[in-house]
Design a protein around this ligand. Structure first.
Ligand SMILES: [Fe+2]
Length: 197
């Protein structure tokens, strides 16, 4: 099994009024030398993600709950890899995300690592409602293949430590989270099989 799968999903998700260029200009200030994230709860009329796209996702049984936009500056290399899970149990509730990057030519690579046996000791709860733990990648063992996501909607595993190896362009990625609960990655993969390319 892989830690990622490309999906056949329409990515035309923004509202007409959401000005992506302005958003990028705003977040690409010198203040943000570190990775930043921007959380958007996906109620109707949220102004960022269109009602049409939300309806489409509901119709195909993939109702999104929130969108997290992750920004990283070009050539920035983070020291660690992390897991991000659900806020309620810190265990298996939210073990996947649907990701793609704004730049269709993005060359950065996502990588996964084996989960340390004492991972639960590391978990902290963050303001965006996820259980989060991070380790220096030097202390971890990489597992599976790396994935260049670019603008391909991709199901990614988030219950193994993961990180992104940046190239010399900045990276803005969309990461959709869902109200779907699964016990393990195997069940996620089974559920998403009909959407595989
Ligand atoms: Fe993550």
């Amino acid at each position: 099994m892989e830690n990622f799968y490309r999906l056949n999903i329409d990515t035309n998700c923004f509202t007409k009024q959401f000005n992506l260029d302005n958003f990028i200009k705003k977040i690409r200030t010198p203040k943000f030398k570190v990775p930043t994230l921007h959380n958007f709860p996906l109620e109707k009329d949220n102004g960022v993600i269109s009602n049409d796209w939300l309806d489409y996702m509901h119709d195909i049984q993939l109702p999104p709950k929130n969108l997290i936009m992750f920004y990283r500056q070009e050539n920035y290399q983070h020291f660690g890899a992390h897991i991000d899970l659900d806020n309620t149990t810190g265990k298996n509730d939210r073990i996947f995300a649907l990701n793609w990057t704004i730049d269709p030519n993005d060359q950065s690579e996502m990588a996964w690592y084996e989960l340390p046996y004492d991972w639960e000791d590391k978990v902290v709860y963050t303001e965006i409602g996820s259980a989060y733990a991070e380790w220096p990648i030097n202390n971890l063992k990489e597992t599976g293949n790396r994935c260049t996501i670019a603008d391909h909607p991709t199901l990614v595993r988030t219950d193994l430590p993961h990180t992104v190896f940046m190239k010399n362009n900045y990276r803005l990625s969309l990461s959709f989270r869902f109200d779907l609960k699964f016990d393990n990655w195997n069940d996620v993969v089974e559920y998403f099989k009909p959407y595989f390319i």
